[in-house]
Design a protein around this ligand. Structure first.
Ligand code: SF4
Length: 235
């Protein structure tokens, strides 16, 4: 396999030129974003309502994706050989082009040592959710499919208030670990079999191989804009 950066450059160029788009996906989409995969694990039915009822501006979505991929193209011109880098990823997962943006990646040649995704919240007792873990698997699977070595990568999900998250990330950068107790930090290692299982289930929805899965809960349904029309709504 070619150098991972060359792979990323090639795929980003194909996407930017418009030649890399999937056919036959739901709602005529040609690619999927990482945030959409994350939303699937919050409530896929809600995501389905948003697209099927025309509540998502598809032209805007396309222009955001092109902007993200233009950032990728800027970074891959002079990729970092060893050190921290921020680069949006584009890869083909389960035959579906996917764009997703980890916050930072520590690379050493073709080896990914650390990946970080941070979430800011004002809520006390921040949690890490299943959808965060799915996003982590997606990012690692994308890096893997581009040719990076991820077997020993450490992926950190960090959630908390802004200042505390910042402190935790500085600690991670300087000391290689997070001891900051005011944030929720979870470390994940890549499990290729698990990642394939999760992502093949997720992509099956976009490929119209299964219907959307409702994931109701009182908390989610009470704030959902589709609660009046959704037969799965819990009150
Ligand atoms: S009402 Fe509940 S189950 Fe239905 S789409 Fe909204 S969050 Fe999902």
């Amino acid at each position: 396999m070619a150098n991972p950066w060359e792979n990323l450059k090639g795929i980003a160029e194909e996407f930017y030129s418009g030649s890399l788009r999937a056919r036959g996906l739901r709602f005529g989409l040609g690619f999927i974003r990482g945030s959409e995969v994350k939303q699937q694990f919050y409530c896929e039915q809600r995501l389905d309502y948003a697209y099927s009822r025309g509540d998502v501006d598809l032209e805007h979505r396309e222009s955001i994706a092109r902007r993200i991929v233009s950032l990728t193209l800027g970074v891959v011109k002079r990729p970092v050989v060893k050190g921290w880098i921020r680069v949006p990823l584009i890869a083909v997962i389960e035959d579906v082009p996917v764009i997703a943006s980890p916050d930072a990646i520590l690379v050493n040649g073709d080896r990914v040592e650390v990946v970080v995704k941070a979430f800011i919240t004002e809520k006390p007792n921040p949690q890490v959710y299943r959808s965060d873990t799915v996003l982590a698997y997606l990012h690692l699977a994308m890096l893997h499919s581009l040719g990076f070595r991820v077997n020993s990568s450490k992926y950190y999900i960090v959630r908390g208030v802004k200042d505390e998250v910042f402190k935790a990330l500085v600690e991670l950068k300087n000391n290689g670990r997070i001891t900051e107790s005011n944030v929720k930090a979870v470390r994940i290692v890549y499990d290729e079999v698990r990642a394939r299982e999760i992502l093949s289930w997720a992509m099956a929805y976009w490929k119209k191989l299964r219907p959307p899965k409702p994931m109701p809960s009182k908390a989610k349904c009470s704030t959902c804009p589709y609660r009046e029309v959704c037969p799965y709504s819990i009150r």
